[in-house]
Design a binder for this molecule. Structure first.
Ligand SMILES: NC(=O)c1ccc[n+]([C@@H]2O[C@H](COP(=O)([O-])OP(=O)(O)OC[C@H]3O[C@@H](n4cnc5c(N)ncnc54)[C@H](O)[C@@H]3O)[C@@H](O)[C@H]2O)c1
Ligand SMILES: [Fe+2]
Length: 422
């Protein structure tokens, strides 16, 4: 029997983008151009309090379009919170949706768009083996995403992340139809972000770029049986590499300043660009193990409360991702030492050689995390040795991310990474 041939093709897609200071004010014109007559703006209570969603509503109404605001999106959305938003949205027929907020709001808007245009519930569409992996077969409504964090890149991606409460597990739905029709990125909307949200969402940007940059190469994976159904994450490739390298450089140069002085407009601008670059890269190449680990870390959390976030137990996504990143990148180093050293250089501006070895990149990450007051280690979230097997179980269910991990991962390796990260 001959071995299956490797893939020779990679994919890249992104929504149209409007980026810049004041871009937000163009939202009325954008919706008028799409002939929308009745629009629903979604946001969460923290973002509502900044006044940005009210400004968006004013601009939309000024364009002669009916507009209501749903301001009860849950931070780190769950199947239950999404269900509530969908029930609310089903009361009327909307021509378009606008998400004003971080990844929590944009993901909720994607789910609302999907479930007001298709039947079934979110779990039907979640990636197997957690959900049924159903494919949305009809059109959805236009969705404009206005990110107010420099973080998830959800405004560019096909992904919606949900915390499945009964399973104590986060999981994702991914389909091209979920991608927003326009990403409207205005760095001014990020100025009010609390410093710990800036730090965590900035580490999310960093990890998106690093994970896609070090993901398994697209042409070392077997060719898909059906080329029209290539997986959402195709692996690292020359186009996503360009976006990721730029994002790493910008995060290394500007994240500290954005965290320490939220009014530093240049730092905010550059971090918004970094987030856009990384979102454009990882949405196609894919994220791997730090994200796969983040899902059980966030899903199983019990008593931890994060500064700058709503008063409820949760591990914010960026903190969950960053927690195992140093250990993961020490482990992935042998898959491509040059790339890991290059990433450390882009982030730090220093020069590294093979003699610096597997610890060079983890060292740069730990220094940055200490400088921006990120929690160090899983024990900060209440995890100990006795949680490791359950955390590993959760990671091994994240098939979308595991498909692009650059080394063969077994239970023992996954457990070691969690143990080193305690
Ligand atoms: N779809 C994707 O591609 C993708 C990728 C990564 C993460 N995610 C998901 O996104 C979510 C995290 O999103 P996030 O990190 O952007 O944060 P978030 O949306 O959860 O918001 C975090 C907190 O910051 C507040 N906030 C946001 N912007 C603000 C601003 N400008 N001023 C003041 N307060 C502000 C919010 O009110 C909230 O309390 C998680 O659920 C994660 O799983 C999605
Ligand atoms: Fe992320």
């Amino acid at each position: 029997m001959t071995a299956p041939a490797n893939d020779t093709v990679f994919t890249w897609a992104a929504p149209p983008l409007k980026f810049g200071l004041g871009a937000l004010d163009e939202i009325g014109g954008e919706l008028a151009a799409s002939r929308a007559r009745r629009v629903l703006v979604l946001t969460d209570p923290g973002v509502r309090n900044t006044g940005i969603p009210a400004r968006v509503q004013d601009r939309i109404r000024a364009a002669g379009i009916e507009c209501e605001v749903f301001d009860d999106v849950a931070v780190e959305p769950t199947d239950v919170s999404i269900d509530l938003a969908v029930k609310w949205a089903r009361e009327k027929d909307w021509d378009a949706f606008v998400a004003v907020g971080g990844g929590s709001t944009i993901d909720t808007a994607k789910a609302v768009n999907l479930l007001t245009t298709h039947d079934g519930e979110l779990l039907d569409y979640v990636t197997p083996p957690i959900g049924a992996g159903r494919v949305p077969d009809g059109p959805v409504k236009p969705l404009i995403a206005v990110p107010t964090t420099a973080g998830t890149g959800s405004e560019s991606t096909t992904i919606c992340v949900v915390d499945l409460l009964s399973m104590h597990l986060k999981a994702g739905v991914s389909h091209p139809r979920l991608r927003p029709t326009l990403a409207l990125v205005d760095p001014l909307t990020t100025v009010s972000m609390p410093s710990q949200v800036t730090a965590a969402s900035g580490m999310d940007v960093l990890s998106h770029a690093l994970e896609s940059y070090t993901a398994v190469r697209f042409d070392t994976k077997p060719a898909p049986a059906d080329p029209m159904r290539r997986p959402a994450f195709c692996g690292s490739n020359p186009i996503s590499d360009v976006w990721c390298e730029m994002a790493l450089k910008l995060v290394g140069s500007h994240l500290r300043a954005a965290v320490h002085n939220g009014r530093d407009l240049d730092a905010r601008y550059q971090m918004a660009l970094a987030s856009t670059y990384a979102g454009t890269g990882f949405g196609n190449a894919g994220t791997h193990l730090p994200h796969a680990n983040a899902y059980p870390i966030a899903g199983m959390a019990q008593g931890y409360r994060a500064h700058g976030y709503p008063e409820m137990p949760m591990v914010p996504h960026g903190q969950a991702v960053a927690a195992t990143a140093p250990a993961v990148f020490a482990w992935t180093y042998p898959a491509d030492p040059e790339r890991h050293l290059r990433a450390a250089e882009l982030l730090s501006g220093a020069t590294f050689t093979r003699t610096d070895g597997a610890e060079a990149l983890p060292h740069v990450l730990r220094e940055l995390m200490a400088d921006i007051d990120m929690p160090s280690g899983l024990s900060a979230f209440g995890y100990g040795e006795h949680h490791i097997e359950s955390l590993v179980d959760g990671t091994l269910k994240q098939t979308r991310q595991l498909a692009v991990v650059p080394r063969q991962l077994d239970r023992a390796a996954a457990a070691d990474i969690f143990r080193t990260s305690l």
